[in-house]
Write a protein that binds this ligand. Structure first.
Ligand code: CP
Length: 307
């Protein structure tokens, strides 16, 4: 039996290297046409307490494409939270309506709390600035499709490393595959010190830089760009001081070398110029589209439709 059946997917930190391979290889199988109907007779709840385009819609597309049913809300203002119902009571209720639930919430730890009160698998679709494990699954799948391997890659991770949950999950994942990493950010948005300490303890090779050009000697395989997470700043002035501070252009690609692939979890604001979209280096829309087979694979695994 798969180690995923009935499992909560809350944090990359709960995942082994083998777990990551299971998701990546199963996503490849789904994309190749295997596991059709893996969610037949399954009902998935999609509870989004925070805005989303890609994560919510690709989860919902994944369910429909795999023969399941999906219900939920994209706006908590339409739920009984508006009448004062607690988050835990909402989850205790919805657990009786579905076979698995997908939750995005602005509060760190919300998905973990949900998993403690739900009797069905809970999938974290992003909790505050903490984790976004399913984004990392599709990132890894995209990297594997592009390079044919996950091990020993050189990756630049750039942008809002303080509040960006996707980069927290991705950093942990890449550390399991002996990546060489460079963290590129404004000084006030550096990778949290607990994540850097963790990397040091594990002996992972990394450095920091102010600009992508500072890492041009590395021949990066991937530059993973993120937007500044405006919604996480307590002080609007702090946001204003760092907004619009960097922009990836064709010149950046020339500086990093034609081998570099540009990734981004999206949405983008202005940190990648549209002129980059038409280059062979830009793989961020393929990455977004890979959300569907990756989430089909994951839902199939946790509901037992894929063994
Ligand atoms: N990458 C990502 O999480 O996008 P959404 O916020 O649109 O879901």
């Amino acid at each position: 039996m798969s180690s995923f059946k009935a499992r909560d997917i809350i944090s990359l930190r709960d995942m082994t290297t083998q777990d990551l391979w299971t998701v990546v290889t199963t996503a490849g199988e789904v994309k190749a046409g295997m596991h059709r109907g893996c969610l037949l007779d399954k009902t998935i709840a999609s509870l989004f307490f925070e805005p989303s385009t890609r994560t919510r819609l690709s989860f919902e597309s994944a369910v429909v494409k795999s023969g399941g049913s999906v219900f939920g809300f994209a706006d908590p203002g339409s739920s009984s939270q508006k009448k004062g119902e607690s988050f835990a009571d909402s989850i205790r209720t919805v657990t009786g309506y579905c076979d698995a639930m997908v939750i995005r919430h602005p509060v760190e730890g919300a998905a973990r709390l949900a998993s403690e009160v739900a009797s069905v698998p809970v999938i974290n679709a992003g909790d505050g600035a903490n984790q976004h494990p399913t984004q990392t699954f599709l990132d890894l799948f995209t990297i594997y499709e592009e390079f044919g391997r996950l091990e020993n890659l050189k990756i630049g991770i750039m942008g809002d490393l303080k509040y960006g949950r996707t980069v927290h999950s991705l950093t942990h994942a890449m550390s399991l595959f002996d990546a060489e990493m460079v963290f590129i950010s404004p000084p006030s948005l550096k990778m949290p010190s607990n994540i850097l300490s963790d990397l040091r303890e594990k002996g992972v090779s990394f450095r920091t830089a102010d600009t992508p050009e500072d890492a041009s000697d590395m021949n990066l395989d991937v530059l993973y760009v993120t937007r500044i997470q405006k919604e996480r700043f307590g002080d609007p002035l702090e946001y204003k001081n760092v907004a619009h501070g960097y922009r990836i252009t064709r010149d950046t690609i020339s500086a990093l070398g034609e081998q570099v692939r540009i990734m981004h979890p999206l949405p983008r604001v202005d940190e990648i110029a549209e002129e980059v979209d038409s280059t062979p280096n830009a793989i961020y829309f393929t990455q977004a589209h890979n959300g569907v087979p990756t989430r089909q694979a994951l839902l199939g695994l946790v509901t037992g439709g894929i063994n």
